[in-house]
Design a protein around this ligand. Structure first.
Ligand SMILES: [Zn+2]
Length: 254
């Protein structure tokens, strides 16, 4: 399994438009972060988690030729606003399967009504094949099993996903104990850590480290990062062993 970090930034991305913050002016490419997304190449399958406003640029950079499915964590725009840009994949492959909570599918249907239209479709519109994700029900795609992990982004439910011994979770603030049990025995965990200061709906660094302590993965990569966290190089230096700050275009093999 190969994991390609397409984006590792929080909702505004880094640099933030018009910002005077030193991290937004950093020359280090690891301090430039598109909106969070990851590409999972697993056997012959290519899966993407979330489809934010930087999706087109991310697909061009990663050179991704096909997408077998998109998994959505939740409906916020930094995770969904790029849905129209699946068009080149749709033109080549047909309807793209999208997996999400029913609430998220309904939200996408409202915001991208032309994509979900069944009659009098605009010929250039992309098409999707929506599939509802239900907690405690594994997703089966051919010979692959994917386990949804339920978490809370403040009051909003979000899904993370486990693919064998890899799990990807973002926009988490709390998680019920029975869901944490689904994360035992991981080789690699990806979890959000916004910054040092607390935030009402995102883990800060301390909360992410406490969560890592509960889950005990072999390695962890932090994502959904704010410019206020600091320079990549400096933040990495103060992380514990086997905890890494992810960065855009980082690739890992599991
Ligand atoms: Zn987000």
């Amino acid at each position: 399994m190969n994991i390609y970090f397409l984006g590792t930034g929080t909702s505004q991305g880094i640099p933030v438009i018009g910002s005077d913050h030193p991290v937004c002016h950093s020359q280090d490419s690891k301090d430039k972060r598109l909106r969070v997304s990851v590409l999972i190449s697993w056997g012959t399958h290519s899966f993407v988690i979330d489809c934010g406003p930087d999706f087109r640029q991310q697909m061009l950079t990663s050179n991704c030729p096909k997408i077998d499915a998109i998994f959505f964590t939740h409906e916020h725009s930094d995770h969904t606003a790029g849905l129209d840009d699946i068009r080149p994949f749709f033109f080549r492959q047909g309807e793209i399967p999208i997996y999400a909570h029913q609430r998220v599918l309904l939200n996408l249907e409202k915001r991208f009504n032309y994509i979900f239209e069944t009659e009098n479709r605009y010929p250039g519109a992309p098409g999707v094949f929506p599939i509802e994700v239900v907690n405690n029900e594994n997703i089966e795609i051919e010979d692959k099993q994917i386990i949804p992990i339920n978490a809370w982004h403040g009051n909003l439910q979000v899904f993370g996903y486990r693919f064998e011994n890899f799990a990807y979770l973002t926009d988490v603030k709390t998680m019920d104990a029975e869901e944490i049990l689904k994360l035992k025995g991981l080789d690699v965990l990806v979890i959000n850590a916004l910054r040092d200061d607390p935030h009402p709906t995102h883990f800060n660094l301390q909360e992410a480290l406490d969560f890592i302590h509960l889950v005990q993965p072999k390695k962890t990569y932090l994502t959904h990062i704010s410019h206020t966290f600091g320079f990549h190089e400096e933040v990495q230096k103060r992380l514990p062993k086997n905890v890494f700050l992810a960065y855009d275009n980082l690739q890992i093999t599991i």
